[in-house]
Design a protein around this ligand. Sequence first.
Ligand code: ZN
Ligand code: FE
Length: 254
Amino acid sequence: MPLTIVTIPCLSDNYAFLAHDPASKDTALVDVPEAAPILAALAERGWTLTHVLITHHHADHVQGLDEVLAAHPGAKVVGHAKDAGRLPSLDLALGEGDTVTVGGSAGQVIDVSGHTIGHIAYHFPDSQAAFTADSLMALGCGRVFEGTMPMMWASLSKLAALPEDTIIYSGHEYTQANGRFAQSVDPDNPDLLARVDAIAAARAAKEPTVPSALSLEKATNPFLRAPELAASLGMDGADPAEVFGEIRRRKDSF
Ligand code: ZN
Ligand code: FE
């Protein structure tokens, strides 16, 4: 049975997610930007946390943890073994290829380092869901703070290779600004133009633009489209990782 997924806006532009297995009632929280809205979403549904899945060490993804655990002391904290030194204390330290089980659903751990070293994504194939935080984002990707451009390109390529019907649950509401940048490097893409209009309508109605379909990201996200954009950036024949790096640098100074 697929997980029931709830999107929780936190702080000014972060998202946390609940993934609930209706049969076992197991409930996982993905990231902890802020306790209050997460605790309210759990209380409203009568759900008790069994897992907290951490994507990476940044404060805006972990800082509500103590307060959430105080109310849900049985939850197991899961994160990347390689980054355990910077993460809150982990009950389950995992790495690339490992699995975390939420009720009847197996989540695969994918190392998507680049934004940080030790960033992970959680892919639940039976629910067509990938929790990507600050790796692949709606119409964007996280800034490459700790890794290298080729490392981030390799991470995004792993996510792009997930099944076509995967839904991407990313960590921030940055989509409208991402759209302005995307149009600067990919102005003639009709799918992008249509998406930018849809984003404007959603934001005007105060609706989230996260999650987003992987198929739409592949058609419109300039960071995934590095190979297609090479020629127009004057980089015909260049390694896609280099083209990605050029697009990421342009975004950093946009
Ligand atoms: Zn981050
Ligand atoms: Fe973040």
